[in-house]
Design a protein around this ligand. Sequence first.
Ligand SMILES: C[S@@+](CC[C@H](N)C(=O)[O-])C[C@H]1O[C@@H](n2cnc3c(N)ncnc32)[C@H](O)[C@@H]1O
Length: 248
Amino acid sequence: MKKKYQLKSHIKITRDTITDILNKLEETGELPFNYDLEDKDNNWIYDYWCEYTKRFGVPNCAFFTPDHTAKKMADIANHETSGEVLDACCGTGQILKHLDRGIGFDISQELLDIAEYQKLNVFKFSFTSLETDKKDKYYLKLNNLSEIDNLPKHEAPLKKYPVIVSNPPFGKVLGTGDLGVEFMNWAYDNLEDDGSLVVLLPSNFMNKTQKKYIEIQDKFSIVHEEIMEEEFANTKINASIYLMKKIK
Ligand SMILES: C[S@@+](CC[C@H](N)C(=O)[O-])C[C@H]1O[C@@H](n2cnc3c(N)ncnc32)[C@H](O)[C@@H]1O
């Protein structure tokens, strides 16, 4: 199923960030463009982000999960536990908002502000443990460089989770590293024994044959795999939803 992510009516996109738009909404009770806020299928946060990033670029690998895929992933995660589910790299909360007992983290304060506006339970955290030289390269991708100073130390959250759900960032933005690989290893370490990972991955990720991918494949058993039916906005990547169990 494809989702048309263009805004429903013609609007002139300015350089207003999603935070600027949110502030205008809070000040006036209205969005500064024509949009039916009453329609439950409408999601101005997602639609505006897609339009904005189409023009000005996607900071920080923030390709949001389309609506139906996000709901489907949350349903799988809810079904896996009666405990708390961690949405790792939650962005504005596309998946998190459908979790029964969810908590999320992200590196971007801008996106976390939007999640908090939707009354979602979030905290700021980075799953990466980058050394200084790599860190500089990576954080240059952030839209707000002052975020570097505000990042917490890179320790993991205090507890492990029975279920982690995520549409994580991918790419070789570290220069030498691979963000997807780093994420999967981090998720393994932060799941309880026998814990479940519900994750959106590039469709070839679990079939790659280099050592670093095989090491990940050996850490999880795949319970369910399905191709993502919707398209991402602003990237042609084919992705699949996976439900995996952590192997002890
Ligand atoms: C592919 S987007 C997905 C966002 C959201 N989960 C969704 O489904 O729409 C990846 C997210 O990872 C966040 N991110 C990138 N690097 C991160 C890091 N090192 N630690 C935590 N979050 C990170 C980005 O800010 C972005 O929100």
